[in-house]
Write a protein that binds this ligand. Structure first.
Ligand code: MG
Length: 375
């Protein structure tokens, strides 16, 4: 056991390992290796041109899936270190969590899911696992990135019973109603902390959210009061950031303290006792959870469903739908490898090839491909 890790952290010595056996690295830990493989993956580079909330060409300062993933990893690492968890594993899960995301954010995901309705559906979370297990083509000896079990366990945040049965080892916990390790639990929450905060920033910058609206949200409003009292003449750009950094700080501090309390009461002695604990141990206090969820609901109502966002949503829905129909009708419109795979498949398997191709697209690639098929 590593001396700096808590007993309930993921330990390499207790890992369920990789699907294909590999020689250990001389100077890197196995979870570090996973993180490095993720950073070197093609899917990771594509995140740069995939929408988080604002479509890539709407402006250069908005978050993309790549900068979102980096912010998730930053928050995740802070929490991991504070709780003496496995930092490299937490970072790997955070960086990989959105690898399977479609172009055009949730509008893209929902549309592709609707297109795949009769073929088993499409879920970006499951797709992230598919990217690291199957779709990355890099190594001579195995498909995918051959990541450690705990990294894959963390990437698969949720999963239907039907899919869980097909996934084998990594799906088991959904059938047995077990928890994942703490690094996976914290990555999940770090994702929510990151987007709740950066979407306030991006929404405000885009002019879709106002300070007066945001002030109504206790998580934002309380910190706004503090900052305005201390710096009455602060310009808006600094003001909004001073509020956001305090929001992140408060939520992360609360999360660490509440998680410490829960760990203390359950006293898990290994990652397996974390899995058997029945409830997640990484959690915010009830009071903070309420404020955080309220902000999330507020963003759904006022930012993600903003009329200006919805106009863009309708546009991208049409793009994804048209691409799906076109490739299902004529697989030879796809690049060689996908055409080939589709030719050798039928029914749902054939649709899955098309979904893999579309899900892998960046926003601008999808827009260009749409122009091509529409002549
Ligand atoms: Mg995310």
């Amino acid at each position: 056991m590593s001396a700096s890790l808590a007993p309930y952290a993921a330990q390499e010595s207790q890992s369920r390992g990789r699907r294909y056996k590999e020689e250990p690295s001389v100077y890197r830990g196995e979870y570090q290796r996973d993180r490095d493989r993720i950073i070197h993956s093609t899917a990771f580079r594509r995140l740069m041109y995939k929408t988080q909330v604002f479509v890539n060409h709407e402006g250069d300062l908005y978050r993309t899936r790549l900068t979102h993933s980096l912010e998730v990893a930053q928050i995740g690492r802070t929490i991991a270190v504070a709780l003496q968890l496995n930092e490299a594993l937490a970072e790997a899960i955070c960086l990989a969590h959105d690898l399977g995301h479609t172009p055009f954010g949730h509008a893209g995901q929902d549309t592709l899911n609707a297109c795949m309705h009769d073929y088993g559906g499409f879920e970006h979370n499951l797709q992230s696992l598919r990217v690291v297990d199957v779709l990355e083509v890099k190594y001579a000896d195995f498909p995918g990135l051959n990541l450690m079990f705990e990294t894959r366990e963390g990437i698969l945040k949720h999963c239907s019973a039907r899919n869980a049965r097909m996934l084998g080892d990594v799906g088991e916990r959904f059938l047995q109603r077990k928890q994942p390790g703490l690094e996976a639990q914290l990555a999940n929450i770090a994702d929510a902390i990151a987007y709740n905060n950066h979407d306030v920033d991006d929404g405000y910058r885009a002019g879709l959210l106002s300070l007066e609206q945001l002030r109504q949200q206790p998580l934002f409003g309380d910190r706004l009061d503090t900052v305005q009292k201390r710096y009455p003449d602060l310009d808006d750009r600094r003001l909004i950031y001073e509020v956001i950094r305090r929001m992140i700080g408060s939520v992360v501090t609360d999360l660490i303290e509440e998680t410490r309390r829960r760990i203390k009461s359950v006293a898990p002695q290994s990652i397996d006792s974390v899995r058997d604990a029945g409830v997640p141990l990484v959690a915010m206090s009830d009071a903070m959870h309420e404020q955080h969820s309220a902000l999330k609901k507020f963003l759904h109502r006022h930012l993600y469903s903003h009329e200006k966002k919805l106009a863009m949503t309708r546009e991208v829905q049409a793009i994804v739908k048209d691409l799906f129909t076109a490739y299902m009708d004529d697989a030879s419109l796809m690049p060689e490898e996908f055409t080939e795979a589709a030719r050798n498949a039928e029914g749902s398997d054939r649709a899955r090839v098309v979904a893999d191709f579309i899900a892998g697209m960046t926003d601008r690639y999808a827009i260009a491909a749409h122009e091509t098929i529409s002549g």
